[in-house]
Write a protein that binds this ligand. Structure first.
Ligand SMILES: [Cu+2]
Length: 241
């Protein structure tokens, strides 16, 4: 339970810090800890290991707008936790390049290139009529997966060695991996849309509450009253599902 002295301390801290603004999030959040798609090669066959088998959550961040080119994620539910990554030390066969190909995906799932890629946030893997495969330089790549429709999503990928245009080399074995997502409700405790629950969310909430912003009216009673603050703190201490 939240005691009033805790509340008073938080309000005082917020006032002291001048209610620093709800940092407009210009960088999309991965949505949680990284989950790596660890790519290995034993000299003849590639392998992929997912560092977590759990389905990830495509989540909306209401009211958060990203600047171009990340604006492709605006008004969507998205997740960037899956990241392609080289596991161990190995070298590709002479003259081969690594390719990742989308084999199939649930309709309505869109994919955009990782922020650190050569073409950040560009549609890939069939999104917006792009080709099914991309060449991968082996640097960690957290592509963005998004949708606008609630549901369960899957995508299957093949990773293989190929030539420059992406024609597979049949001398070496390819690997496949399936990725899974569900859509989740927006997390009310992540008020500033930063992707995690931190003290900044309390400041952002209080700023909205003092400003009479209807987003801070959580209690159901008309207007912003103290019940909204209790309601928010309960959510904040409870975390996100
Ligand atoms: Cu990573």
């Amino acid at each position: 339970m939240i005691r009033t002295n805790q509340l008073a301390a938080i309000v005082a801290a917020a006032a002291m810090l001048g209610l620093h603004s709800a940092a407009s999030a210009n960088q999309p959040t991965l949505g949680g800890p990284m989950v790596h798609l660890e790519v290995g090669f034993d000299g003849s066959t590639l392998s992929v290991h997912k560092s977590s088998a759990a389905a990830l959550v495509l989540r909306a961040y209401p009211g958060v707008q990203y600047d171009p080119p990340a604006d492709v994620l605006n008004e969507t539910m998205y997740n960037g936790q899956y990241g392609w990554m080289i596991m161990g030390t190995w070298t590709a066969p002479e003259g081969a390049s690594l390719w990742i190909e989308s084999l199939d995906a649930t309709p309505g799932l869109n994919v955009y290139a990782a922020r650190m890629s050569a073409t950040p946030y560009a549609p890939i893997f069939g999104t917006a009529d792009t080709g099914p495969a991309i060449q991968w330089n082996g640097l960690m790549a957290h592509n963005w997966y998004s949708t606008t429709t609630q549901g369960r999503y899957q995508a299957r990928y093949r990773i293989y060695f190929g030539d420059g245009p992406g024609l597979p080399w049949t001398d070496f074995g390819a690997a496949e991996v399936r990725l899974d997502w569900t859509t989740g409700l927006p997390c009310a405790a992540d008020f500033d849309g930063s992707g995690d629950i931190a003290v900044g969310d309390i400041f952002a909430f209080l700023e909205a509450w003092f400003a009479g912003d209807s987003r801070a009216d959580l209690s159901g009673s008309p207007g912003n009253d103290v019940a909204d603050i209790f309601q928010f703190l309960t959510l904040w201490f409870g975390g996100c599902a």
